[in-house]
Design a protein around this ligand. Sequence first.
Ligand SMILES: Cc1cc2nc3c(=O)[nH]c(=O)nc-3n(C[C@H](O)[C@H](O)[C@H](O)COP(=O)(O)O)c2cc1C
Length: 478
Amino acid sequence: MKSEECLLCHDAACSKACGKLDPARILRSLYFDNEPGAVRQLDEPLACLQCDGRCQSSCPVEVPVRNIVMSLKDRPVDPVPDYDCLRTDFCGFPLINPFLLSSSVVASTYEMCARAFEAGWAGAAFKTVCLMDIREASPRFSAIRGDNGRIIGFKNIEQLSDHTLEENLEIFRRLKKDYPDRLLLVSFMGRNDEEWAFLAEKLSEAGADALEMNFSCPNMTEENTGSDVGQIPQLVERYTRIVREHTKLPIIAKLTPNITDITESAEAAVRGGADGLAAINTIKSLIEVDIDPSDGIFRASIGGYSGKAVKPIALRFIAQLSQDEKLKGQHITAMGGIETWRDALEFIALGADSVQVTTAVMQYGYRIIDDLIDGMAGYMQRHGFKSLSEIADTATPGIVSTEELDRSYVIYPRFLRERCVGCQRCYLSCLDGGHQAISIKEGKPVLDPEKCVGCHLCVLVCPQSAIVSSEVRVAKKK
Ligand SMILES: Cc1cc2nc3c(=O)[nH]c(=O)nc-3n(C[C@H](O)[C@H](O)[C@H](O)COP(=O)(O)O)c2cc1C
């Protein structure tokens, strides 16, 4: 009875069959980690109590929709949050919330941006504008999937906007006229000093609110463009300085993660006159090799990796940026694997001022904004945060490095015997990948505290969530 089994259909049969509630929307809130939001969508008294379950009989994959909705009926109902707590700003431009589309296919036409703004997104970093002749490969995406078919890692070899400059400028004029309160952050890339300067002027004239310099696309075929530039701080500084001389708009440097120390390029951008930093662009990767030997070659292509799987890497880079004293006061707009409000909150807790999303929108659509907004505002209400910056002020000092960790105690796992089904996966993992601290008695695991080092591998591998952390610190024996 898990909401993760829901296919998240567009125009879902369950909601059409119900007619009273919107079960598809309720399951979507659960899927995107927003249970309080799901509970708030139930009516009083619950329509399901008088119904035979038309929602679940209409579901193409027989998700127990009614049972899932009914299981929420006794949960406490949180009040509707005050969404104004999400208001913030982007280098002086007021944002209705911190959620932006990141520069990519999801923000590449007038109609797409308009639909996203109508859905509730506060702004968009438009698909990178350039003066190159862009001819894309087909197909251009591949993915790594989790057990339920969900994409967790996504690879693309897409380059930049394939519209002419004039077409893009017209889009910007229309977007600004029709959506003056939404941030239009225009991403762009030149090949040399003249192109950076020329584009900065043109984009400023067309009404962009801010410019994002793309120093980080890993898929460029021309030398000294994209992530090639982001890896050379001198070039980052030089191009930023040139753009600074040709625009009065805020400048954001979008940095590459294909580098050891991101702060070197970030500091170079600031020396050149940047007002903010965007990270991360996609990570150079190779998802799979075609292992069919019949034409004499194993084919593979290198591209940029994004989505859920890159979040830990992106968080590390954002923490580095926000902890660098020389970067204080810079707007940090963060991205890399954000799907839920909780993901976004982690970036904000580390010091990001706004967050951007691509891969999750490609997979689930603009509608994920509903639970990003509701989930984040609900969290802030529950914990008494009045503004997003209060969250970062609370959390930033809590980041510790490995040298600072207290290593004087062990936290043992706790086995929930009533939930355990006796699969013995914990036993196997501890035997072959741990410290041989688990034995099996009457088909279920038993811990030997003399051998257990408290690594928590068993907690992670248990498919039934039947092993939890005891959370008790036991002093190590000398
Ligand atoms: C298909 C695709 C196209 C992209 N195109 C661009 C681009 O034109 N300019 C850019 O700065 N980043 C581009 N990106 C990178 C994203 O803006 C973002 O930095 C990255 O995907 C990480 O965020 P995510 O995990 O939410 O996708 C692209 C990403 C994808 C998946």
